[in-house]
Design a protein around this ligand. Sequence first.
Ligand code: G1P
Length: 288
Amino acid sequence: MKVRKAVIPAAGLGTRFLPATKAIPKEMLPVVDKPTLQYVVEEAVESGIEDILIILGRHKTSIEDHFDRSVELELELQKKEKEDLLKTVRSISDLANIHTVRQKEPKGLGHAVLKAERFVGDEPFAVLLGDDVVYHEGDPCLKQLIDAYETHDASILGVQTVPREDVVKYGIVDGEQVDERLYTVNGLIEKPGVEEAPSNVAVLGRYVISPDIFPVLKKTPPGKGNEIQITDALLTLSEKRSMYAYDFKGRRYDVGDKQGFLQATVEFALRDPSLKESFKEYLRSLKL
Ligand code: G1P
């Protein structure tokens, strides 16, 4: 079945970015000139997704406003004959059908995804985490995973290898490599210690999941951090049906972390034709 729907959990408190996130959601912090969430929405749309459900927490209005039309702003830009900006602003609201729902209590990623049950219905769906922005010149990360889903008719986790000391930050796959980019999922563990990690193959915020995850999620007890973890539900599902991890092509940034956010800012600026040369010159001039 075609993957048409995506879920983007955006209900986190963004404590790693306080005080910036005191009054605005972390997903609205801009990398160059776009909120990080827009990069994620664009990846979904470029991967063929038609409907997106954003799971919101506090401070939800700026996210809703960003993906909605802004009639006053459009009129003003029209009056001033700023055609390029007008096009940019309009294109955001035309990206996809964006729906929102609110997660009232922060009970974890698994709990957030469960809020999407009605929206998803009986179809396979994608999950994209807002902290992970992936840049790739060819097929976007999600498109690569959707293709793998369609080939193998099984849930797919987007993974890359990470330095051994970083396994503590991710869901880690215990798998067997069956192809250049494909692993079977034989086990999964959320943020293991360095010693207990079965590998350094980490789930990096992209999933294509079959809808039979929902009954499993309902029965999944709180795990790591006393939160309902999507990783635990996926482990249970993998014990019933085959599941794969796909080592996607692309440069992934952890924009939920200051260092990753700064790297994304510098690298996206260097890719922007209107900034590239002057910004490079500025970086070279820094006597570090
Ligand atoms: C979440 C998931 C984890 C995954 C990570 C990717 O953790 O629980 O399995 O590896 O995203 O960024 P979080 O970073 O939200 O704590």
